[in-house]
Design a protein around this ligand. Structure first.
Ligand code: SF4
Length: 64
C-alpha cells in the first residue's frame, strides 16, 4: 500500500499521527511527514483509516 501526502493541503491537525503513529509524524510547522521507511509504502493496517480522518483529504492510498 502506497501513501501519498499533500503537504500543500495539510493544516497540521494531527489526526493522521493519532490514527497511525507508526507511519506519520509532523514537522516543526506541524505539517505531515512520513516516518523513515514508509516512503515506498507500508503494510501497517492503521493507515487504512487515515484518509477518512484527515479533515482536508491530504492523505491518499493506493495499492501496490
Ligand atoms: S490529518 Fe491531514 S491535515 Fe492533519 S496533520 Fe495529517 S495530513 Fe495534515
Amino acid at each position: 500500500m502506497r501513501i501519498t501526502i499533500d503537504r500543500e493541503r495539510c493544516i497540521g491537525s494531527g489526526q493522521c499521527v493519532m490514527t497511525a503513529p507508526g507511519v506519520f509524524t509532523q514537522d516543526d510547522e506541524g505539517l505531515v511527514e512520513l516516518l523513515p521507511g514508509h516512503e515506498n509504502g507500508t503494510s501497517d493496517p492503521d493507515v487504512r483509516h487515515v484518509p477518512a480522518t484527515c479533515p482536508v483529504q491530504a492523505v491518499s492510498l493506493s495499492e501496490d
